[in-house]
Design a protein around this ligand. Structure first.
Ligand SMILES: NC(=O)c1ccc[n+]([C@@H]2O[C@H](COP(=O)([O-])OP(=O)(O)OC[C@H]3O[C@@H](n4cnc5c(N)ncnc54)[C@H](OP(=O)(O)O)[C@@H]3O)[C@@H](O)[C@H]2O)c1
Length: 470
């Protein structure tokens, strides 16, 4: 049984329903709206919704020009190819069937990783591939033999799934060190631009006045629920859910698509559709289940790609950092510095430091929050749990840089692995401190930068970086 909080169960259920129902809702909208304008409108509306939400939550979305160019390339398979091919395929096929075909995507990911990136086919990969081919074969035979069959739609949806898979593989291999929020929002910006440029080239300008009210409602579903709300739930869940849980939620999407299509667009699924959907569920379970290999196996591979590790802390002249489970010192400039330094990178902390954060700042936004605890039952929304520092470091693999942000127990264990110390040295001595930063004189670090400041209460402090000697 997966250990999830009640909120996580609820959100996972809502997400699965929203994504599954989206297929018949899109099909419904396509009765009056042409496919490319549909994508242009819903994607740009969804993008604006996300931008507004992130601006309100203070999540930074800024990226460098070089990262923007890389994101534009990544948007090609991840957003443009997937949304373009799937909407054209959906226009030709029943929505439940389209959902089943599109959800062959994780199987394509496995195949691409084997073909181009030298990964091995396991028994589970073979099962996934056979189950997916069976599903596509079942639906293909149906489209080819039925009088009104549209086998071309099937090809479009396989192209969509392949594009999605290529995007996933490229994304996993990318070394972008940006928050997921910024990556997704920018790719959606590029996707929206693509659809706004291409739609007028191939489709007539929509006659807005002829759309009936239910079409506007269905468009609203696409903008606010599918692209906006579901995306936000996904950001929150993807960070904290175990891999099996997200796999289950993805597996159920085509089943929900078929089940709701009768109510929304009056499609009556055939036995082949249900059978194909079950095959896809098996394929997804086998393909995505691989993400849940035993931790030790994943860990040893990941440790080879360990991120650059920095410890970030504010300490007084005696290296004191805390008292009675709280910080010793509060200075706005230091908080801004901490935020700017750690933004976009995984932050690793001890369970007591998580507890010490004010609830409204938990999880720290724009960063993966990894909490180390020996308590296997411990769960918190927005936090990923690690049973040891080693596991936490393995979980952060893939990121260019990760930060240990406290407290004393974690710093003491992590300093041996640290490449860098990012310290705020406060020129004072705090009374009755009970937690300290470990000694680091003579531990192989050299000062590489120092910036002096004076606080609101005239306390002098400095932002100092120490690098491990080569
Ligand atoms: N000035 C600063 O920059 C700064 C920064 C951060 C924190 N702080 C302060 O530091 C204090 C908290 O530090 P702390 O040393 O008391 O606690 P901590 O390091 O934040 O957390 C300790 C907890 O982490 C878990 N843990 C530690 N090592 C582990 C391991 N090897 N494997 C599994 N779990 C492990 C255990 O959690 P379980 O008990 O759940 O098993 C342990 O009780 C607070 O006063 C806080 O305000 C200051």
């Amino acid at each position: 049984m997966m250990a999830l909080t009640r909120r996580q169960w609820l959100l996972m259920g809502v997400l699965t329903l929203l994504w599954g129902l989206n297929w018949p809702m899109m099909k419904f909208t396509l009765r009056e709206v042409s496919p490319l304008y549909f994508r242009a409108l819903t994607m740009s509306g969804g993008t604006l919704t996300l931008i507004a939400f992130f601006a309100w939550r203070g999540v930074p979305l800024g990226v460098s020009r070089a990262d923007a160019v890389r994101l534009a390339w990544l948007a090609l398979p991840n957003i443009i190819g997937w949304h373009l091919c799937s909407i054209i395929g959906l226009a030709q096929l029943p929505s439940g069937r389209a959902a089943v075909l599109a959800f062959t995507m994780p199987v394509w990911t496995v195949l691409l990783s084997v073909l181009f990136f030298g990964e091995r086919m396991s028994a589970r990969s073979w099962l996934a591939v056979v189950a997916a081919i069976t599903a596509v074969g079942l639906l293909a035979s149906n489209e080819l033999t039925a009088l009104a069959g549209r086998p071309v739609g099937l090809l479009w949806l396989q192209a969509a799934a392949l594009s999605w898979a290529l995007g996933t593989v490229l994304m996993r291999r990318s070394t972008l060190a940006l928050p997921t929020e910024a990556v997704t929002t920018w790719m959606m910006v590029f996707g929206s631009l693509f659809f706004w440029v291409t739609a007028p080239l191939v489709e007539p300008w929509p006659v807005w006045g002829q759309w009936h009210a239910p079409t506007w409602w269905a468009m609203g579903y696409g903008v606010f629920l599918n692209f906006g709300f579901a995306q936000l739930i996904w950001f929150g869940l993807a960070r904290s859910l175990p891999a099996q849980a997200s796999a289950f939620s993805v597996m159920a999407v085509p089943l929900v698509g078929i089940a709701t299509a009768t109510a929304v667009v009056g499609e009556v699924p055939r036995a082949t559709d249900w059978l194909a959907a079950l095959c896809i569920a098996v394929a997804l379970a086998s393909a995505t289940g691989q993400a849940a290999r035993p931790a030790t196996q994943r860990q040893s591979a990941a440790m080879n790609r360990r991120p650059r590790l920095a410890l970030v802390a504010a300490l007084d002249r005696r290296r004191a950092i805390g008292r009675d489970g709280a910080l010793l010192w509060h200075e706005t400039e230091d908080q801004k510095h901490f935020r700017a330094v750690t933004m976009g990178c995984p932050v690793i902390m001890g369970r007591k430091t998580w507890d010490s954060l004010p609830p409204k700042f938990r999880p720290l936004p724009g960063r993966r929050n990894i909490v180390v605890t020996r308590n296997a039952q411990w769960l918190a929304d927005g936090a990923e749990t690690a049973p040891s520092l080693d596991t936490a470091l393995a979980m952060a693999s893939g990121a260019a840089k990760a930060f240990v942000i406290g407290g004393g127990e974690l710093y003491a264990q992590a300093i041996a692995h640290a490449d860098e110390l990012v310290l705020t040295e406060v020129d004072t001595v705090f009374d009755r401190a009970d937690v300290h930063f470990p000694p680091f004189d003579g531990a192989g670090f050299v000062e590489s930068s120092r910036e002096e400041h004076r606080g609101a209460d005239a306390t002098r402090f400095a932002f100092v970086t120490y690098r491990r000697k080569p």
